[in-house]
Design a protein around this ligand. Structure first.
Ligand code: AVJ
Length: 328
C-alpha cells in the first residue's frame, strides 16, 4: 500500500464543509455572483472531467499528450541533470499525462520519486492503486489537499531537489493577479536548481476554443451544473438544477474563456449550511470558471515576474499548446 497524505481533512473530521459553505456564501452574495471552480471536482465532477478529456472538441489533453510524448526524453534529461529529485504533480488527477513522463524517466533509469497532489481524495486513491499495479517499482506518495497546503507539507517533509509539474493549463483557471500570487507562492517553496514545467493552452481560432467549452454532447454543461448538485448535497441546498443552463463565451482580446450558470427564471434558493437564501433574477448568471489562453511571451513574462527563468518551450505539432520549462 502506498502512503497517502490527506491534508484537507480537519482534525474534527468536518472535512472542510465549512470552508465550502463560506466560499459559496461569499460568491453568491456578490452583485455579480461567482462560485470557485476548484469545487467542480467531487467524485462526479472528476468523472465528468475525465469524459471532457475524451471529447472530440476538447483538444487540450490530446495536444498536451502530444507535447509530452514527443519531448519526454528531452524533458527527462533536463529534469535529472543534477541527480535525484522529487517529481511533484500539482493537480495530478488520473495522471494520464504524467504517465508519459514517468515512462520517459523510467526508460532512462532516472532517480526520482513521484508525489501526485490533488484535491480529489477519490482520484488520489485510484491513482495510487493504479500506480501500484502498473509501475510497482516507482516510489509514490499521494497528497490530498489544496496546492498551498501541499507545498507547505512538501517543504517540511520532502527536502531535496524538486521538479514541479503544473500541467493541463490549470494555471488558466486563475485570474491574472491570482496566477502571479500562485506562481510566486510556488517559487517561495523552491530553491536554486529546482524546476517548474507548466502547461499552457495557447491563443488560437476562437471558434475552436469555444467548441472545447461548449461541446455538442453536453458533457461540459453537465460538469458545470454538477456544482449545483454538489451544493445541494453537501450544503443542504435546494437548487432546481434544471432551472439553470450552461453558457460559455470567449473573449479573444483578453484570451479568456468564461463559463456561467444562467438562471432560466426568477427564483430563490435556500442553502442551509451556508445560512443563506439567494435570489436570482431571470437570466441572472453565476460566473463559475475562467480558462485563460496565453501567448508564449506572456507566459515567459509571467514566470520572470515570479522569479522563474524560462528554459525551454515544448510545443505540440500545431503550436496550440505548450509545456514551458522554468528553472530557478
Ligand atoms: C482542468 C482547468 C484545465 O479550464 O480547460 C474543462 C477545466 N472546464 N472544461 C479547463 C474545464 C471546462 C479545464 N482545466
Amino acid at each position: 500500500q502506498f502512503p497517502m497524505i490527506e491534508l484537507s481533512r480537519r482534525q474534527d473530521g468536518s472535512n472542510d464543509i465549512s470552508a465550502f459553505a463560506r466560499d459559496v456564501a461569499e460568491g453568491l452574495r456578490q452583485p455579480r455572483k461567482t462560485l470557485p471552480s476548484r469545487y467542480f471536482y467531487d467524485g462526479t465532477g472528476s468523472r465528468l472531467f475525465q469524459q471532457i478529456m475524451e471529447l472530440p472538441e476538447y483538444y487540450l489533453t490530446r495536444s498536451e499528450l502530444e507535447v509530452l510524448t514527443q519531448h519526454k526524453y528531452e524533458m527527462a534529461q533536463l529534469f535529472s541533470r543534477r541527480g535525484f529529485f522529487h517529481l511533484i504533480d500539482l493537480g495530478a488527477g488520473d495522471a494520464l499525462k504524467t504517465r508519459i513522463l514517468l515512462q520517459g524517466l523510467s526508460g532512462q533509469q532516472k532517480e526520482f520519486d513521484y508525489v501526485p497532489v490533488d484535491i480529489s481524495g477519490d482520484a488520489m486513491r485510484q491513482l495510487s492503486d493504479n500506480m501500484r499495479q502498473q509501475l510497482p517499482q516507482l516510489q509514490v506518495e499521494a497528497v490530498v489537499g489544496e496546492y498551498f497546503q501541499a507545498l507547505e507539507w512538501l517543504q517540511e517533509n520532502k527536502p531535496g531537489r524538486k521538479v514541479v509539474l503544473f500541467l493541463g493549463s490549470n494555471i488558466g483557471n486563475f485570474k491574472p493577479d491570482e496566477s502571479i500570487n500562485f506562481l510566486r507562492s510556488i517559487r517561495s517553496y523552491l530553491s536554486p536548481g529546482d524546476q517548474l514545467l507548466m502547461g499552457v493552452d495557447l491563443r488560437k481560432d476562437p471558434a475552436t476554443i469555444l467548441r472545447a467549452y461548449n461541446d455538442a454532447s453536453g458533457v461540459t454543461a453537465a460538469f458545470n451544473l454538477n456544482l449545483l448538485h454538489r451544493i445541494n448535497r453537501e450544503l443542504d441546498a435546494n437548487f432546481k438544477v434544471d432551472q439553470f443552463s450552461h453558457h460559455a463565451m470567449y473573449n479573444p482580446q483578453e484570451g479568456v474563456m468564461r463559463s456561467f450558470l444562467v438562471s432560466k427564471a426568477e427564483q430563490e434558493v435556500y442553502i442551509q449550511k451556508a445560512g443563506l437564501t439567494v435570489h436570482f433574477d431571470s437570466w441572472e448568471a453565476i460566473h463559475t470558471e475562467n480558462s485563460c489562453k496565453y501567448t508564449i511571451p506572456q507566459v515567459e513574462e509571467m514566470g520572470r515576474q515570479c522569479g522563474f527563468r524560462p528554459e525551454t518551450v515544448f510545443y505540440d505539432n500545431r503550436q496550440g499548446f505548450a509545456d514551458v520549462l522554468f528553472s530557478i
